[in-house]
Design a protein around this ligand. Structure first.
Ligand code: ZN
Length: 452
């Protein structure tokens, strides 16, 4: 079996947009995005929530993606069952890929389940049929289901090279999100995987794989008209007809508080600091501007320039051997600040934590001042502006946004939002992030260090 599934394990999120995905199933789709994505054609569809075609004559083949806006976050059964469902449903696309020697793959994350096929023009009809077939009730044999469960287990084994640290990250996420759906393990655990059954998978599939909620993205050397004609030939008999439902955001509220824990973990190569913080963003009015401001802020914090964290943590004082910082929108008005680091030689985790928090506070206080943020904004802007292949860029971004439960936004509109990220909005958002919020800290020491 060569089905390699991509699971985006946990840094991926969320806020599902109800407006676009939740609209009509029957009749022609009149919905348009409130943004214009360059070069995209939106086809009407009676069965799918969205069909986007990105014609691209620079691409010799065609890639078609089908994305359902439900993933592990909507799974009410054993943890990781959404990934198992993906394996069982992917059998339809894998079968086609074997025949046509095309590529096929699938993913599961907290907010979506997606399938894709890469094909020549002649194979597109069959590829589209296979993608639509993933919405049909799971009809695999019990033997196949058992075999696939072993594959999911093996995938767990090879994916987590650093299982001990991964366990700790999920422990932090569970505390940070108060055991909410966002902290469910997409990859499951061996104990959970062992209990997966075909019956449970069929039940979750029936709940999560509704064609009426799915978005189809086609990118390659083909016209929208040709895609429409092929879609007209795709047979959806046997696909349950469902009314699209609103997808609830995975994170809406949280309880404020601060929780610091020191743990001793087996198999961790050295001391590690994990830090997560949730804040509300009351100043976040326009989602696009807000997302752009968070993007600028993330770049600023991650930079070595003044106002970034690399100076105080590494270059000025050698406090952190390595670190990663991230800022992510987790809901319409909730953001997460994530920090993980290994201390430099002779530096305690307490010292690392206090240096980080002082530096973060200082960086946020200065975020909108002078021209510190201008470089970060210019970098973000040039990523959007200087694009070799616009269709590839826009299609990739549309798929990425759907996978996170978001509405696609074109690069022109995103550039316009970036343009609006000036000192004022940035200062307001940085201020929102400076409040105590909800903080969870794990100071992890290797077990052998304690014994020494
Ligand atoms: Zn997989």
């Amino acid at each position: 079996m060569t089905h390699w599934s991509l699971i985006v394990l946990f840094r991926y999120s969320v806020f599902a947009v109800v407006g676009v995905i939740g609209l009509s199933i029957f009749g022609w789709h009149q919905t348009r995005f409130d943004t214009d994505i360059e070069g995209v054609f939106q086809l009407p569809s009676e069965r799918l929530a969205q069909v986007l075609v990105f014609p691209d004559d620079q691409k010799p083949d065609i890639t078609a993606y089908l994305i359902y806006p439900r993933g592990e976050g909507q799974n009410r059964w054993q943890e990781g069952l959404a990934h198992y469902v993906e394996h069982l449903a992917a059998e339809k696309v894998v079968r086609v890929s074997r025949q046509e020697a095309q590529h096929a793959n699938a993913w599961t994350n907290s907010t979506s389940t997606g399938y894709w096929l890469n094909t020549k023009k002649t194979g597109l009809e069959e590829a589209l049929q296979a993608l639509v077939d993933t919405a049909k009730p799971l009809d695999v044999t019990e033997d196949f289901a058992v075999g696939e469960r072993d594959i999911v287990l093996r995938e767990y084994e090879y994916r987590f090279a650093d299982k001990a640290l991964e366990d700790q990250k999920y422990r932090l996420l569970s505390d940070l999100y108060e055991n909410g759906p966002i902290s469910q393990r997409v990859g499951g655990t061996p104990a959970d995987i062992a209990t997966y059954t075909l019956v449970a998978a069929q039940a979750l599939h029936a709940e999560s794989h509704h064609l009426s909620e799915a978005s189809l993205v086609v990118h390659g050397d083909i016209s929208p008209k040709a895609v429409a004609a092929l879609l007209g030939r795709v047979d959806s008999d046997g696909v349950p007809v469902n009314v699209a439902r609103p997808v609830a955001p995975l994170v809406t509220e949280f309880t404020e508080g601060r929780f610091e824990t020191t743990v001793h973990a087996d198999e961790v190569p050295g001391p590690v600091l994990l830090y997560g913080k949730l804040v509300r963003l009351p100043s976040c009015a326009d989602q696009h501007v807000c997302g752009a401001a968070v993007d600028v802020l993330r770049r600023l914090l991650d930079s070595a320039q003044k106002g970034g964290l690399a100076g105080p943590l590494r270059y000025d004082a050698f406090v952190a051997r390595e670190f990663a910082v991230d800022v992510t929108m987790m809901g319409p008005q909730v953001a997460e600040i994530w920090f993980e680091a290994r201390p430099d030689r002779g530096v305690s985790l307490e010292k690392l934590l206090s240096t980080f928090e002082t530096s973060l506070e200082g960086a946020l206080a200065l975020a909108g001042s002078s021209d510190r943020y201008l470089n970060a904004r210019r970098d973000a802007m040039s990523d959007v502006k200087y694009v070799d292949n616009i269709a590839a860029y826009e299609a990739g971004w549309a798929v990425d946004r759907y996978a996170r439960g978001l509405t696609p936004i074109g690069r022109t509109d995103y550039g316009a939002a970036l343009e609006l990220v000036r000192a004022g909005p940035l200062k307001a958002i940085a201020q929102d992030m400076s409040v105590p919020g909800r903080v969870v800290v794990l100071k992890i020491n290797p077990l052998n260090e304690r014994l020494n």
